[in-house]
Design a binder for this molecule. Structure first.
Ligand code: RB5
Length: 144
């Protein structure tokens, strides 16, 4: 069973709540790392909390939502082993899995609607990494 952790700032809070309900309805366990209200917070804190737990292998996958997805993806990709994909469209979500083995999905709560976000989440969860030549390329990311 895939272990998933999700986090957002205030700009992604409502979408995060909907993603959690959506995943749980599908029988997918998800840990909520916050934020827990619309009160203004720093996306950096929640991006770090989720990326650290994917980086240390406590969780297989992470999902991060802020206003644009930009700040969250910048923060998450500073963690070794984190491959955070900013995907506000389906094609990016699919290719981030097939070619980049993305382990963190980042979306912009102010950029896309909830229906598309749920489709992106489902697609990202279901799409497999192709491996092969892409495996070598992914491995090179973590070489000093
Ligand atoms: C918050 O206003 C906003 O800056 C944040 O959600 C995110 O879009 C940052 O990249």
């Amino acid at each position: 069973m895939m272990k998933t952790i999700i986090g957002s700032d205030h700009a992604g809070y409502h979408m995060k709540e909907k993603v959690i309900i959506h995943l749980r309805e599908r029988g997918i366990e998800v840990e909520d790392a916050g934020t827990y209200s619309e009160e203004s917070v720093d996306y950096v804190d929640y991006g770090k909390a989720v990326a650290a737990k994917v980086s240390d292998a406590s969780f297989d996958r992470g999902i991060l939502i802020c206003g644009t997805g930009l700040g969250m993806s910048m923060v998450a990709n500073r963690f070794r082993g984190a491959r955070a994909a900013l995907a506000n469209d389906l094609f990016s979500a699919i290719m981030s899995r097939r070619h980049n083995d993305s382990n963190i999905l980042v979306m912009g709560g102010r950029l896309i609607g909830d229906a598309l976000a749920m489709q992106i989440v489902d697609t990202w969860i279901e799409t497999l990494f192709e491996g092969g030549r892409h495996q070598r390329r992914v491995e090179k990311m973590d070489i000093e």
